[in-house]
Write a protein that binds this ligand. Structure first.
Ligand code: AMP
Length: 880
């Protein structure tokens, strides 16, 4: 026999599970499975309590080794309730009868925040929730020593074990203390189904002057004349030694393990025991562990007669069994009584005396497919071969496996939930901080969103000659997608969408996009910039279009109405050479016969501003942009939109639209010819030479391929002048870069390419799964992350353009970074934790220009960036 002393061990949940899984049958060593407080198999609703300190210390938090979730780390009863003398308890409903061998308790630790624990506690239990029993150890002690600190789990063997469905942990306190508990129950399911037995009180034997108490000392039923509804020594899983005077349990009295009777008290010669079960079962056998010390007047019963009852009445025909008498071996043993597959919910067995005394220590039943007896203390030497009652068909392993799987699934689910929660939380924080930092922005976005929904509803079609009212601006925006069936990107794309808050999700690989986009808009300038970087690579990274629809108010009004230039007879255009290829088609150098007649006074002064036309009588050299023939309706509308915008812009540093051919196809826009092409290509061919670093002396055309710093700054000044003009109209360019500036004679710089504002309004681009291509290396952080384009974001792009000019476009901005890294860097600008990377100071750039101008253009707070008016003034002052 094995002594199960009170032990204090650390709780190793997993080890226990594994060892349990490894065993093939239930035995005393392994009927100690955690029953689901820590593992979660016991549901929250099955954990109740007499009171709770607060919702965060509700009973459901009283799970051993469970210190997270939304609670405060344990169950804690209400102190006030405890103080009024009521017993506080944490109750666990196991949903079915269990054989409990071990309990574990823990205090409230809560990652160091808690320091409450139960130093002592009691256990109460019930099988039917009506009759409650206070557990006591074999010596009658009801109180269990509990925890010494809030974090360590302390496990206690239950000796005797408990057979129960409901268990209450009752902290023992002096009522002034706050006590918190987390608990676990260990054992296995009680398959016998035996709810109680009732037997005559055991007798006292005097053996050679020794008192031998043969009563059922741990019986938990109602102790009246005839105990009823209880379980005790006969079902405690422990069977007695051969010598009934001895017990493996230290300090107990002689005969402790046995319940015994003398025949002197039973004139009929038998002891009747009634066994009550949880429901009607079909019984195969009953095993009775008996003493057979015939030298002391103790023998096996000589006959067993068992009666059965399924309903109210006992059946008349008993099963009678006569075990073979053994006059040789005095060893205690199990006697198996066959029960003939009788069905019953109660069995009444009469055990006939075989001698003066009859002593039994255990009774077990086999019904259905299970052999019933859960013995905790084995005594194999005395068990008859093949009769070891611990050999039970048990589904515990299956349950443990299922338990393990459930636990693993629960853990994985918890991890997923935590990760998701973290992400959501992070986004909430970002959103919140962004709102705090840029409240005005959110308001504006909201207004824009409203505006767009209004715009959608207010217009469904457009023509290129819509009126100049604000509603016609709307129609411009909508009209581009007229044949798109109104499948608006406006709804689908929202500035504060999750994608937009997660920069890395914005960016896609360009080739991938290019492929999908090819079929749709072959003419897309945004896919491949003709004026590519020095490496020939694209300037644009694909990203989801978010609120790029919020066209600048200036753009809207400029784009409204018919073009403010005249129609030019296309037969007076003679092709000279191809200048380049843009988003809508090719750009040709042409001679325009009689163009002067089509120019207004203002335009006829063009030559003096560096354009390529003259006001003499001969043909003018002009650049003719033609819409490709296979362009679809959206591209056509966008092209017309750019015409309307350009026709209204009048500034020496904005490329001039001279006339158009829109009465018939192909549509053409005729602009002034800028003989040195775009600024990026132009600068790329130059070298920085010695010259005055400041002042106006070095301005004008570079000598050969050598350009001075002053000449570079003169170019920048012109860009600033053009942008100052645009911003005065409240027009946002959105794509300012050297590639979009043209260079005329005498190094005149003019801003061109108003395609971005147009292209990103709508058109086939938007319908490519809501994606377009964005010049992220020139874009302000708020344009990338929030879709916000303003004059201040144009200022950001101006800073990059300045950087390009001073580096002679020798490299792409952030050339060492991938698109993804540029986007990540944008996130750093947003987070503003000092981790953002700025473009480095170009070698030719004076410190003050870098710090006072360039870096200021890239300030996080858009309000703190200089305006174009200020930039222009600053450059002018520096040039002077
Ligand atoms: P775009 O479609 O406006 O991007 O123009 C494509 C290319 O054609 C530009 O990169 C320039 O090289 C060239 N180009 C466009 N407009 C002009 C112009 N007015 N004068 C000279 N070259 C031009």
């Amino acid at each position: 026999m094995k002594v199960m002393g009170v032990v204090q061990i650390r709780h190793h949940f997993l080890l226990m599970l594994l060892s349990a899984v490894g065993r093939s049958q239930v035995n005393p060593e392994v009927c100690r499975y955690p029953l689901g407080m820590s593992g979660g198999q016991i549901l929250d609703e099955d954990i109740t309590a007499s009171s709770q300190w607060s919702e965060s210390t509700a009973p459901r938090f009283g799970r051993l080794d469970f210190d997270h979730g939304d609670g405060d780390g344990a169950w804690c009863p209400d102190v006030a309730a405890a103080a009024d003398g009521r017993r506080q308890y944490l109750q666990v409903d196991l949903r079915s009868l269990h054989f409990l061998t071990l309990v574990g308790t823990q205090g409230r630790h809560a990652d160091g925040m808690g320091n409450e624990f139960a130093q002592r506690y009691r256990i109460h239990y019930s099988r039917d929730d009506a009759h409650w029993v206070g557990w006591r150890d074999r010596k009658g002690q009801p109180v269990i020593e509990g925890n010494r600190n809030p974090y360590e789990a302390v496990l206690k063997d239950l000796e005797p074990p408990i057979i129960a469905r409901y268990v209450r942990f009752m902290p023992v306190t002096d009522h002034s203390m706050i006590v918190c508990m987390r608990v676990e129950l260990y054992g296995c399911q009680w398959l016998d189904g035996l709810m109680g037995y009732s037997a005559p009180e055991g007798h006292q034997m005097i053996y050679r002057g020794l008192d031998v108490f043969l009563n059922d000392s741990v019986y938990d039923g109602v102790a009246a004349d005839r105990p009823t509804k209880g379980l005790g020594l006969l079902t405690d899983g422990a069977w007695g030694l051969d010598d009934f005077l001895h017990s493996p349990i230290y300090g107990v009295w002689p005969g402790y393990d046995y319940v015994g009777w003398t025949n002197r008290s039973f004139p009929r010669g038998y002891v009747e025991i009634v066994f009550d079960f949880d429901h009607v079962r079909t019984f195969t056998s009953m095993k009775v562990h008996c003493s057979n010390m015939f030298s002391r007047g103790v023998r096996l019963f000589r006959q067993a007669s068992c009666f059965f009852r399924s309903e109210a009445e006992w059946e008349g025909d008993p099963v009678v069994f006569l075990p073979p008498a053994d006059r040789v071996s005095q060893g205690a043993r199990f006697v198996t009584v066959p029960l003939g597959e009788r069905t019953a919910s109660s069995i009444r067995c009469r055990l006939h005396f075989g001698d003066l005394w009859m002593l039994i220590s255990e009774v077990a039943f086999q019904s259905g497919s299970a052999v019933y007896n859960t013995s905790l203390r084995g005594h194999p030497t005395n068990a008859l071969p093949g009769e070891d009652p611990t050999h039970k068909v048990d589904d515990s392993n299956t349950r443990i496996l299922i338990g393990c799987l459930v636990a693993i699934i629960a853990i994985l689910s918890a991890i997923i939930v935590i990760i998701l929660w973290k992400q959501v939380w992070q986004k909430l924080l970002e959103k919140a901080s962004r709102r705090m930092l840029d409240d005005e922005l959110t308001a504006r976005l909201a207004v824009q969103t409203q505006a767009f929904s209004f715009l959608r509803s207010s217009s469904s079609s457009t023509t290129s000659t819509s009126s100049s009212s604000s509603s016609s601006e709307v129609e411009e925006g909508q009209g581009g997608g007229g044949d798109s069936g109104g499948s608006s990107t406006y709804e689908r794309i929202f500035p504060l969408s999750a994608d937009y808050q997660e920069p890395s999700r914005l960016i896609r690989k360009l080739p991938e996009f290019a492929q999908s986009a090819d079929d749709l808009v072959a003419s897309s300038r945004l896919l491949l910039q003709p004026a590519g970087g020095p490496d020939g690579g694209p300037h644009y990274a694909e990203a989801d279009i978010i609120s790029l629809l919020d066209g600048p108010p200036g753009a809207s009004s400029l784009a409204a109405g018919p073009p403010a230039v005249k129609e030019f007879p296309r037969d007076r255009l003679s092709f000279r050479e191809k200048l380049g290829e843009g988003q809508f088609g090719e750009v040709h150098l042409c001679e325009a016969e009689g163009m002067q007649d089509f120019l207004d006074e203002d335009a006829s002064e063009g030559r003096s501003h560096g354009g390529g036309w003259s006001h003499g009588g001969g043909p003018l050299l002009v650049a003719v942009k033609t819409l490709r023939e296979d362009a679809n309706k959206n591209a056509r509308n966008d092209f017309l939109k750019e015409i309307r915008i350009l026709s209204r812009l009048r500034d020496p540093n904005i490329v001039r639209l001279l006339a158009v051919c829109v009465d018939s196809d192909p549509l053409c826009m005729i602009t002034e010819y800028m003989e040195n092409g775009d600024l990026n290509q132009y600068l790329h061919t130059l070298q920085l030479g010695q010259g005055p670093s400041r002042g106006a002396e070095g301005q004008g055309e570079p000598l050969g391929s050598v350009v001075s710093y002053a000449q570079l700054m003169s170019m920048v000044l012109q860009v600033a002048a053009g942008m100052r003009y645009l911003s005065s109209l409240n027009f946002v360019h959105r794509d300012l870069a050297t590639r979009n500036c043209l260079v005329g004679a005498s190094c005149t710089i003019k801003i061109a390419d108003f395609g971005m504002s147009r292209n990103l309004y709508r058109g086939d681009y938007y319908r490519i799964q809501g994606r377009a291509v964005l010049p992220i290396r020139w874009m302000a952080w708020e344009s990338i992350l929030l879709g916000k384009f303003t004059a201040a974001s144009d200022v950001w792009a101006f800073g990059v353009t300045l950087w390009e000019v001073l580096t002679l476009c020798q490299q792409q901005p952030y050339g060492a970074l991938t698109d993804e890294q540029v986007i990540e860097n944008t996130g750093e600008f947003f987070r503003d934790q000092g981790k953002q990377v700025y473009l480095p100071k170009p070698a030719s750039c004076p410190d003050d220009v870098y710090t006072d101008l360039m870096l200021r253009c890239w300030r996080r707070n858009a309000n703190q960036r200089p305006g174009f008016q200020e930039i222009h003034r600053h450059l002018l002052d520096n040039a002077a």
